[in-house]
Design a protein around this ligand. Structure first.
Ligand code: ATP
Ligand code: MG
Ligand code: MG
Length: 547
């Protein structure tokens, strides 16, 4: 929605359009279908699709699928679903790098003919040795001066499948002494006898990233090719391919700072490890930083777009506090989530002043005044209720405004009650139930003023529901550098049998609600059944109104 704030990339685009260097904007979002998209990808999606939207251009969805052993159609479908869910549309501009294999092969041949590429037969280990280091020039490969004819012959036989993996590679012939290591005759085509999810066994040659990426951009007429800062050194190589092939209307690469969040790991490879080793329940586990996981947890596309907008687009890396993500989702859910009551850890209370079979239907607005929406439901109150175990203390501190022996508290939407007794298990000392009396003059906020208000449910009317509470998946601020298991929070998921007010029996998958004082919850779209909703806590409330 609306135009985004300016940033250095928008300034470049403005300048390109003003000076006539470009007459349109064509961007692309090029994920590799080897995993699910995560919150970091959302930043690249918002940036690329946002530019296309605001400059009346187009943004392509390109599946950058040049690694046969890691890619799958499941990931392609997940990527499509997640980009759409975030609110972006590529219309008919969906492309696959694997559709370019033949053309990329032609480009490799063209480079060979121009004397700008060769077939190298060094082992992987020798290739590494010959490359040298930043402080030391590399050594040219002994195969560097093969004739064009020999190179073309070898490439043809490579394609036919005459050689095993690693026997030869095609390398760009650039400069083995270049201070930029990326320019030291990088490999551009490798042999890989593996089944590809789209091209099957048609190819045993696969293009490498820099080569495939620059030329895919060129094939699609991309104008602004935006990637993250780690690829700064690759830009020289990107330009080299376009120059060496003498291609017109060249795209240009620009780098921006990737999104990093505290306590959040954003590497598809490591996220895959979490899934494969079953540390989480799949890619859409609500604890995962994947868009699929966040959607299932109750994050909204608006909140994620807002996060990306607030973080902005910078030229230097930084780490954003995950608290900002929690802030934007609360802000978005606040006016979208009706307030209801649910008790997560129930403690029984008998209101002894209340007539045995009497039930009162209290009128309970769904919205607080500041949200300004209409609507309410009836909440039944009877003699036996449940309150949150945490809302009672036998020996409370002085500033305790919840329930304690002799203390009074307001039942939300209902009456003020005073605690008159505590029932304990004689053997264990565990508190079994509380006894209270109520002030019949205090209904719905009337009568006396008390400091605390607590949520509750009527015992006879309550519905049992499952509540899933999530904590951070990792205990360490910047996970992903060490042993994953050691960095993980062992209590990142708590599953509870909670007691909800009766209106929640009808909650539907995908509903957002706020359990008063507990947080924003989302009805799990995968595991919920009709009449048996499961509530995922999206985020706790920053401020609770009981203190
Ligand atoms: P990962 O390291 O998580 O596997 P990747 O860059 O290898 O990510 P791709 O599928 O190639 O995964 O990413 C597609 C696009 O998303 C790339 O253009 C990349 O720059 C961008 N991207 C990936 N991670 C982030 C991030 N944390 N912040 C911003 N953009 C990102
Ligand atoms: Mg990548
Ligand atoms: Mg990666």
């Amino acid at each position: 929605s609306g135009s985004a704030a300016s940033n250095f990339i928008r300034e470049i685009v403005d300048d390109d359009l003003r000076t006539g260097r470009r007459d349109r904007v064509v961007t692309r979002f090029p994920p590799e279908p080897n995993g699910y998209l995560h919150i970091g990808h959302a930043k690249a999606i918002c940036l690329n699709f946002g530019l296309a939207r605001d400059y009346q251009g187009v943004c392509h969805l390109r599946l950058d699928d040049t690694n046969p052993t890691t890619e799958d159609v499941e990931y392609v479908e997940a990527i499509q679903r997640d980009v759409r869910w975030l609110g972006f549309d590529w219309a008919d501009k969906q492309f696959y790098a694997s559709d370019y294999y033949e053309r990329l092969h032609g480009f490799a041949e063209a480079l060979i003919r121009r004397g700008k590429a060769y077939v190298c037969s060094l082992s992987e280990e020798d290739t590494r040795k010959y490359r040298g280091s930043v402080s030391e020039a590399g050594t040219p490969s002994p195969y560097r001066d093969r004739s064009v004819e020999e190179n073309l012959d070898l490439l043809g036989r490579m394609r036919k499948g005459e050689f095993k993996d690693g026997a030869h590679v095609v390398r760009a012939k650039i400069d083995m002494a270049n201070p930029n290591m990326k320019m030291r005759d990088p490999p551009i085509v490798r042999i890989r006898h593996a089944h590809h999810y789209r091209t099957g066994d048609a190819w045993c040659l696969y293009p490498l990233y820099d080569f495939a990426h620059a030329l895919s951009d060129w094939i699609e007429g991309i104008t602004h090719s935006i990637c993250t800062l780690e690829f700064e050194n690759n830009r020289e190589l990107y330009d080299w391919f376009l120059e060496a092939l003498d291609l017109p209307n060249r795209p240009r690469q620009y780098e921006f700072a990737r999104l990093n969040l505290t306590y959040t790991m954003m590497s598809k490879r490591k996220l895959l490890q979490l899934v494969e080793e079953k540390h989480v329940n799949g890619w859409d586990d609500p604890r995962m930083p994947t868009l699929a996981g966040m959607r299932r947890r109750g994050y909204t596309p608006e909140s994620i777009r807002n996060l990306c907008e607030r973080v902005g687009v910078a030229k230097t890396n930084s780490i954003v506090d995950v608290a900002l993500l929690e802030h934007v989702v609360r802000e978005d859910l606040n006016p979208k989530s009706p307030r209801v009551m649910c008790v997560l850890r129930p403690l029984k209370v008998v209101i002894e002043s209340w007539p045995e079979d009497h039930v009162e239907e209290l009128d309970a607005p769904y919205w607080p005044p500041d949200v300004g929406k209409e609507g309410s439901r009836k909440v039944p109150l009877s003699r036996e209720i449940f309150i949150e175990r945490d809302d009672f203390l036998e020996s409370p501190p002085k500033d305790w405004h919840r329930l304690a022996p002799g203390r009074e508290v307001r039942l939300r939407h209902g009456y003020v009650v005073t605690c008159t007794g505590v029932e304990k298990d004689e053997a264990t000392g565990e508190i079994k139930a509380l006894r209270c009396t109520h002030d019949s003059e205090s209904r719905g906020g009337g009568g006396k003023k008390v400091k605390g208000t607590i949520h509750w449910v009527s015992a006879r009317h309550a519905v049992e529901v499952e509540a899933r509470l999530y904590d951070r998946l990792f205990d360490v601020e910047q996970p992903g550098s060490g042993d994953l298991r050691a960095e993980m929070n062992p209590t990142s998921l708590t599953t509870l049998r909670a007691l909800a007010e009766p209106s929640l029996k009808a909650a539907k998958a995908g509903d957002h609600v706020q359990f008063e004082r507990l947080g924003f919850f989302f009805v799990d779209p995968v595991d919920s059944r009709d009449g048996a909703p499961i509530f995922n806590r999206t985020v706790a409330l920053k401020d609770t109104w009981s203190r």
